[in-house]
Design a protein around this ligand. Structure first.
Ligand code: F0G
Length: 464
């Protein structure tokens, strides 16, 4: 292969390649996952990460304004004029001293990367701008995804904002929060509700995309992950290009952790970063395939040959017991993560661990984050709940510098938040009690008062 950019099988013993504009997203030889690969000798990477800071002075240029394309030199698969950006990636790394005691780390050591500030309200826009740009290179007219809600919202926004493609989204019936469903509908996506869950929808969308030649934007698409690498570049930039000790991220389809691992591996290979952070992936306890496979059953990357036996047996057991994913963190209600091998590779490279958090732990962590000024959806708070657990286990030290990724905005799923804080036991029981959540440990209950000025004044004096 003489191209400077191409796709390559992630398994070193196969290493088959595909052309840049191939949109099948499957190794032509072994059917495995693909990476976007660059011939860095011919592309000429940046000499130092500091170079990116100069882009801040050039913000009238949409590519410099985008928090993704500001790092174009590290994902150089498309010429600048082909890039489609809607101003994604304007996100912040916030020092979270108010949450640090809850996690159990020293003041000044906990940071939250707030991806809810993206145009569609989740980290997905980082990947969607890259996938969309690649779709344009291939001349696609329609793009599809299966989604627990955020990928579909992001795709719908990119399609409606650009008018360049029609969005087709597959969602499980009754499995998507209203905030996210509202986005798909409002932005004009063809919304296909399947009688099943995300894992069913994922299987179907792959079949349909192959049959109808529709461009697939799920994270099996390696170009999407190129965009998601930039979340790590922004974290490093905010820390003056010094890696933290830990990156903690919720795990669903395992696209983020895969992208983060690739980002760090490349920076290291290019000699741009000396020390890598460790990665921690946090599953919801009701959707804990990765925790089970990696932590309990010791599945490992194994130089590109992870045991297919362990995985197949695990899925067969799930099927035999008719176990379906179930968690209040609906964004990560996934039992068959498509990026499993890439995630194993990422953990192998970065000394990673996997843990799970219960719905109770997730909602308590979310309330703590909310009380400190950042609104996130339940799945996002799994990162904070997981960091707390790893600290309690002694794996994270109090002095470690820890970055938790808050993947989606609070307003994506107001039902879970309102039920947690509600004074109405029936609402709590209906939404949360049925999921094993017993207490709203940090509830901020609304105060009920008669419509009477004296009573209202009295209530305010008592409660404030
Ligand atoms: N957090 C949020 C808010 C998400 O929407 C997702 C995934 C994840 C975490 C998990 O990320 O898949 O990279 O491990 N949502 C997908 C969707 C599946 O369809 O919106 P991952």
């Amino acid at each position: 292969m003489t191209d400077t950019v191409y796709q390559r099988c992630i398994h070193p013993h196969c290493a088959a390649t595909a052309a840049l504009d191939d949109a099948s997203f499957e190794c032509p030889k072994c059917g495995g996952l693909l990476d976007v690969a660059y011939d860095w000798n011919r592309i000429r990477p940046p000499k130092s990460l500091n170079e990116f800071e100069a882009k801040w002075a050039d913000r009238a240029n949409p590519l410099s304004f985008s928090g993704v394309w500001r790092f174009h030199e590290l994902l150089p698969f498309a010429p600048p004029e082909k890039v489609l950006t809607i101003g994604e990636g304007q996100t912040i790394l916030q020092r979270a001293d108010g949450v640090a005691p809850y996690v159990g780390v020293d003041t000044g050591r906990l940071y939250l990367q707030y991806e809810g500030m993206n145009p569609s309200g989740s980290f997905k826009d980082n990947g969607m701008t890259a996938a969309f740009t690649h779709a344009r290179l291939t001349g696609a007219r329609r793009a599809a995804c299966a989604s627990t809600g955020n990928t579909s919202a992001s795709l719908a926004v990119f399609c409606s904002a650009s008018g360049l493609m029609k969005a087709v989204v597959f969602i499980g019936s009754g499995k998507i929060s209203y905030g996210k469903l509202a986005q798909a509908l409002d932005h004009g996506a063809l919304t296909v509700q399947i009688a099943g869950d995300f894992d069913d929808a994922m299987l179907r969308v792959r079949q349909v995309a192959a049959r109808l030649g529709i461009y697939l934007v799920n994270s099996i698409n390696p170009f999407r992950l190129e965009g998601q690498k930039t979340i790590m570049y922004r974290v490093l930039e905010a820390l003056r290009w010094e890696a933290p000790d830990w990156i903690v991220v919720p795990g669903g389809n395992l696209g983020n952790v895969s992208a983060f691992g690739k980002a760090f591996a490349e920076l290291s290979e290019l000699g741009l970063l000396n020390r890598l952070p460790r990665l921690a992936v946090i599953n919801a306890a009701g959707a804990h395939t990765f925790q089970e496979l990696h932590t309990r059953l010791s599945l490992r990357w194994n130089a590109g040959r992870p045991s297919t036996d362990i995985v197949e047996r695990y899925y067969a057991d799930l099927d035999a017991a008719t176990v379906r994913a179930s968690t209040i963190a609906s964004a990560i209600e996934i039992n068959r993560p498509v990026n499993l091998p890439k995630a194993l590779r990422a953990l192998d490279r970065c000394g990673g661990v996997v843990r799970e958090a219960t719905d109770q732990e997730i909602l308590d962590a979310k309330a703590k984050v909310g009380a400190c000024g950042l609104g996130c959806e339940p799945a996002s708070a799994a990162s904070v709940a997981g960091a707390r657990k790893l600290r309690q286990e002694g794996i994270i030290a109090p002095s470690d510098r820890v970055v938790c990724i808050l993947t989606g905005h609070q307003l994506k799923d107001p039902t879970a938040t309102v039920a947690y804080h509600s004074a109405d036991q029936k609402t709590f029981d209906e939404v949360l009690g049925s999921r094993g959540v017993r207490r709203a440990t940090f509830a901020n209950r609304p105060v009920q008062v008669p419509n009477d000025i004296e009573e209202i004044v009295k209530a305010i004096e008592v409660f404030s």
